[in-house]
Design a protein around this ligand. Sequence first.
Ligand code: MN
Ligand code: MN
Length: 461
Amino acid sequence: MDEMKEKLLRQQKNGYDLLDTQERIAVEDYCRGYMTYLNNARIEREAVSEAIKLAEAAGFEPLAEGRGPIRPGQKVYYSNRGKSLILAVGGKKSLSAGCVIGAAHVDSPRLDLKPSPLYEDSELAYLRTHYYGGIKKYQWTAIPLELHGVVALKDGTSVPVAIGREPDDPQFVVTDLLPHLGADQMAKTGAKLIEGEKLCLLAGSVPYAGEGGDRVKLAVMSILNDRYGITEDDFISAELEVVPAFEVRELGLDRSLIGGYGQDDRVCAYAELEAILETEAPERTAVCILADKEEIGSYGVTGMQSCAFEHFMETIIGGECSVQTCFSHSFCVSADVTAALDPLYAEVSEKQNAARVNYGVGFCKYTGARGKSGASDATAELVAYLRRICDEAGVLWQMSELGKVDQGGGGTVAMFMAQRDIDTIDAGVPVLSMHAPYETTSKLDCYMTYKCMKAAYNAEG
Ligand code: MN
Ligand code: MN
């Protein structure tokens, strides 16, 4: 009977029962690089600039227009306004045979400063925010926060801002009510516990010397002016993002897990990036996308719905075929995180189809909500293809469904790739506490997602 079971029934094993010593070392090596990247990439702009540093060190050059089709082994990158990035390695085959695309995103849920953020109340200075992406607002109070981004000036120059990262930098906080006075607050539902307009950053408390109102506000503005040369008007053309100040750390006594902010989806972005940096001369041209704006619907000039992607593809195709012909023969892994089964909240998952920590990269045939609405829903043939190339490359993988039927749902960039007539499937790292200021992944799953991307880029056919 055991033989029949082995032959006929699906066998799922914990990844640690399958890894040999050599591969365990590879997992640790890979994750050290990932943790460094994640620590340095607090916002999408930094995720892009850090990726460019790694790409240039690996021989990638900025994409130039009008140079004809990409040559086999040629390595190029294109930064879209410093907020999203596309890289490619030329394949042996013509682009009319399609390309292999990895599409992850590097924006994460956060608090953005409003265009006019600074105010004073009761002799305390605050910065007003408007949250970005799907957050539980109560998670953002009473934790250390940093401020990153740029202030664009009217003269065309930009001032980069990063406050809170260096050990001697000050940090910020959104205060919360003490439990002693929290009776009314605690009676509210979770969604109303902290109102969006209460997500204001405490920015200072010392008044500017002299008489009159707004002296603390003035003192804060004076510090910003000393440090960055900006005035209150310049906030209007700034993108300043408030992000958690937590260090990326190993978690658990066995150090098998990684804790850090923004792992959705920089964990898959880094997996794709490392995979393409190590790809030399693939059969089909390899393309790696680090997209922006996924968390708010992939809109905007740097989002995955933007024609910037078509423009990049047209440039590397260099007249060899139409972009549409290339797309119709292409294969895309929408590399985005999925929900890991959390035993503390097992009631929202259907165990047989939920992704589990340490079982490898999670393939997601469909996402969506309420009867798969909004899902790309990969074809059976495409899932079979991914099974084959991953099995051949020794990738540990599992199937993943985001929650029980009608429990909720989510989306990725997959539908925007599929809309372009590109065969697309979601695959990524299972995450605990996704979208929280501090997310948790497993080292083994991070590594297997990288290995999956490497298998996709280097597949023979
Ligand atoms: Mn995501
Ligand atoms: Mn997300």
